[in-house]
Design a protein around this ligand. Structure first.
Ligand SMILES: NC(=O)c1ccc[n+]([C@@H]2O[C@H](COP(=O)([O-])OP(=O)(O)OC[C@H]3O[C@@H](n4cnc5c(N)ncnc54)[C@H](O)[C@@H]3O)[C@@H](O)[C@H]2O)c1
Length: 365
């Protein structure tokens, strides 16, 4: 893929986030937006009409990709459609860059990982906040601070979202917390082992479900990651990225979520090269680089699934009052994926996995 030979992609899903992706795809030098699909024809048309050139539209992303000679799709549909849209694209020979969450359930996420094994196509999840250069600076500091002890994120916002978020059971954990959970794995270079979570809904909350939660994760290496937050929090607002503190063997690092992180340690911070990637533009660059080089990128579906497993474990713990093992979440999801997989090759791939965790972590770049 070069400016002379760009990657032709179809955007699938022309809602709020889809329109942000449309502009990024249209501006990217090595990418050509070949078409826009949405199950709602009028949404696809409206998104295309904002461009200053004609772009084909349709209601089915895979059909539109075939008609326009596209090689990949960017899946920005609602989470409930992620599995069906991405599976169809992979089995049609298309590579996929998809919005978070990978799927609504870990079982569906495992099915998607198996689909990439069967088809040999790339499926990368765009977990946009992982491509924040300040987060990369925090990770570089973590590497300089010796053994990590505790990582914390505080997230307190007064957020009004007329619509589904104000009606769902765990709006904060399911819709938002996946970002910091995914970032915590990245900062620590560690994977989750267990979760204990309590959630509640403050009496003044305008959400139907629990708008507040506190979760403690045991990570590999004995590190604890603690997340505490509320979406019904008037007064002092944290960054949308949350406020972060790492306490480690040789000092601590603090990130307010909006500015460069600050190190407090006996030795000065080591120089590090700033990350060239940022937000969804960064995710797109990483995706096209990966297709060019064949090297699996960060966010490749196998690598991403444990972030969703942290959400599922936290919700299960909040609902049961019990500490939940991530391996139990993975085992239950694997059994469900085997039960519900409709593609015989996908089922064979799932059945061949020696253990879910080993398959997910082996693929880590
Ligand atoms: N990274 C971030 O910070 C961020 C922010 C917002 C949303 N998101 C994610 O982006 C995705 C889309 O969110 P949104 O806010 O744009 O939602 P939205 O409801 O505004 O738009 C989703 C669109 O998908 C379309 N759609 C549904 N099923 C489809 C199908 N089978 N085929 C084609 N189109 C279909 C809908 O008609 C709708 O136009 C979600 O996964 C969401 O979690 C990420």
């Amino acid at each position: 893929m070069t400016v002379a030979d760009p990657l032709r992609v179809v955007l699938v899903g022309a809602g709020l986030m889809g329109r942000a992706w449309r502009d990024v795809l249209e501006a990217a030098p090595d990418v050509e937006l070949a078409g826009i699909a949405d199950i709602d024809d009028s949404a696809a048309h409206a998104a295309a009409s904002a461009l200053d050139r004609p772009v084909p539209t349709g209601t089915d992303g895979v059909e539109l990709a075939a008609a326009t000679g596209a090689r990949a799709i960017v899946n920005v549909t609602v989470p409930e459609a992620h599995h069906a849209v991405t599976t169809a694209a992979l089995f049609a020979g298309l590579d996929v860059l998809g919005e978070k969450p990978v799927a609504p359930t870990v079982a569906q996420a495992l099915s998607l990982a198996a689909a990439t094994e069967v088809t040999g196509r790339l499926f990368m999840v765009s977990q946009s906040r992982r491509w924040n250069p300040q987060l990369h600076a925090l990770r570089a500091m973590a590497e300089d601070l010796g053994a990590p002890g505790t990582l914390t994120t505080e997230f307190f916002r007064e957020s009004h979202f007329p619509g589904f978020r104000e009606e769902m059971a765990h709006p904060l954990l399911i819709d938002m917390a996946i970002h910091p959970f995914d970032s915590a794995r990245f900062v620590l270079g560690a994977e989750p082992l267990s979760a204990y979570c309590e959630s509640h809904n403050p009496p003044w909350s305008w959400f139907a479900g629990d708008a507040a939660a506190t979760a403690v994760f045991e990570m590999t290496g004995g590190v604890r990651y603690t997340y505490t937050g509320s979406w019904a929090s008037p007064g002092r607002q944290t960054s949308w990225n949350g406020e972060w503190r790492l306490s480690a063997e040789k000092g601590s690092a603090h990130w307010d979520g909006d500015h460069d992180p600050v190190l407090e340690a006996e030795s000065d911070p080591a120089p590090h090269t700033p990350s060239p990637f940022s937000g969804i533009e960064g995710a797109l660059l990483v995706f096209t680089d990966a297709l060019r080089t064949g090297v699996p990128p960060m966010g490749e579906v196998h690598e991403n699934v444990l972030s969703l497993a942290m959400v599922e474990a936290a919700v299960r713990s909040a609902d049961t009052g019990q500490r939940v093992l991530i391996d139990d979440v993975l085992a239950d999801a694997h059994a469900e994926a085997l039960r519900t997989e409709t593609h015989p090759d996908g089922r064979d791939a799932l059945a061949s996995w020696p253990s879910v965790r080993s398959v997910l972590t082996a693929a880590r770049p």
